[in-house]
Design a protein around this ligand. Structure first.
Ligand code: DI6
Ligand code: FE
Length: 409
């Protein structure tokens, strides 16, 4: 380590989430962390800290330091809302009924197409700031409510612009294969051709997407159609993620694993064969307890089998106007424990290390380790277990984004 650094945090306990360190949290009690530029340059027990001077010294007051939280699956740029559908579902109508009646995703598509980029930015900002206030320093934002070239580009440009004006890293994902737009009713293969031959090349040319996603489901696109989207993404050197096995077992996860997808998401209905394929390909699981809860699902993802197979389990909000209008990653940590059976340490790994894997950014984020970005959150707590356990009162004391102290939200 150099003899000087920009920031030194001492008198702090570090939940590094580094799997190479002992314990579920990779915890270093009474630690010190040195930062130069936007990178951690040293982290370890305070007693082992080499002699150094720092421009800024922060006394952690015996609090806990974690990696910045990562929300790896959101649809938070969209127009309008679907509160009316919420009321109708409470009255007994199903999500599928509403979708077949032209509501659901297509309802939001109409609102998103009609909204200006400024409207979309303004309506997305409070959702993003709610996540930032919780200590989220990286958010993935998908398109998928445009379903035409102009609106898909509009959504992705808004997502990129949000990162320019807020202390958050945004990764973007093109989800043009989210639903069949009305103008292609009955012509799904033609729409997939539009996605593959026009939308994805235009998005890639403007470098607006870091990955490509798709909704592989009986009420959306088939494995064959999604395979065409995967092939198009790979021709453009873009990695893929797949909304898979949310409502049924379709073969989507095995297709994703064959394509070395970064992640498969939802996966309530995955099979033992799917789990083995994920373990083989290194594809991460993204668990979305908020959508499970909102849709009153009963089929729980096979967490015990994913754990036994060593598949990384990320957790995310799936923040969207239909199946999870809930802008709280901390609540998702709690739900992943209470509804899916994760441990509190797995829940924190799910929004740090594993979430970074699901976005393909684990080389730079998700763990407190020398060389990685200094995205860090200081928490006024006595145990990291409290992050999944208690909600509302426990908020970040400080947030550091690339080593820069930022007020949370
Ligand atoms: N699965 C979901 O739960 C969301 N999209 C998807 O592929 C639903 C999005 C919406 O209802 O607006
Ligand atoms: Fe989703």
């Amino acid at each position: 380590m150099t003899e000087r650094c920009d920031l030194l945090i001492t008198n702090v306990h570090a939940a590094t989430m580094d799997p190479s360190l002992p314990g579920a949290y990779g915890a270093i009690e009474d630690a010190a962390v040195a930062v130069t530029g936007n990178r951690i340059v040293w982290i370890g027990p305070r007693r082992e800290l080499p002699e150094t001077a720092a421009d800024q010294i922060v006394d952690g007051e015996g609090q806990w330091l974690t990696p910045g939280l990562i929300d790896c699956h959101t649809h938070l740029v969209y127009g309008g809302h679907r509160a009316g559908e919420f009321a109708r579902r409470l009255g007994g109508e199903s999500y599928e009924d509403l979708a077949r009646a032209g509501g659901g995703i297509l309802s939001t598509v109409r609102s998103t197409r009609a909204a200006s980029a400024a409207d979309l930015y303004r309506s997305a900002e409070p959702r993003l700031k709610a996540l930032i206030r919780e200590g989220v320093t990286t958010v993935e934002i998908k398109s998928g409510y445009g379903l035409d070239l102009d609106t898909e580009l509009k959504q992705l440009r808004v997502a990129r612009r949000l990162a320019q004006h807020h202390p958050v890293n945004v990764t973007t994902t093109c989800l043009a294969a989210h639903a069949l737009p009305p103008e292609y009713d009955g012509r799904a293969d033609d729409y997939i051709a539009l996605v593959c031959d026009e939308i994805l090349p235009a998005v890639a040319k403007e470098q607006l997407a870091d990955a490509v996603d798709m909704f592989c489901e009986n009420i959306a696109f088939s494995v064959e159609q999604c395979q065409r989207v995967i092939d198009a993404a790979h021709r453009l050197d873009l990695p893929v993620k797949v909304h898979a096995e949310q409502l049924a077992s379709t073969g989507a996860t095995r297709m994703a694993a064959r394509a070395s997808a970064l992640s498969v998401d939802h996966i309530e209905y995955i099979t033992d064969e799917d789990v083995a394929a994920m373990a083989e390909s290194g594809t991460a699981a993204v668990l979305l307890p908020g959508a499970f809860y909102t849709l009153k699902e009963t089929r729980v993802p096979p967490v015990d089998k994913l754990r036994a197979a060593g598949v990384p389990m990320a957790i995310s909000t799936d923040l969207n106007p239909g199946t999870c209008p809930i802008a709280s990653l901390r609540l998702m940590m709690n739900m992943s424990c209470n509804l899916f059976g994760l441990t509190p340490a797995e829940a924190l790994a799910g929004v740090t290390r594993a979430a970074a894997r699901a976005l393909g950014i684990c080389c730079s984020r998700g763990v407190l380790r020398a060389g990685l970005r200094a995205d860090m959150v200081l928490w006024p707590m006595e145990s990291p277990d409290q992050l999944a356990y208690e909600l509302g009162a426990l908020q970040p004391a400080d947030v550091f984004f690339g080593g820069r102290h930022v007020t949370a939200g």
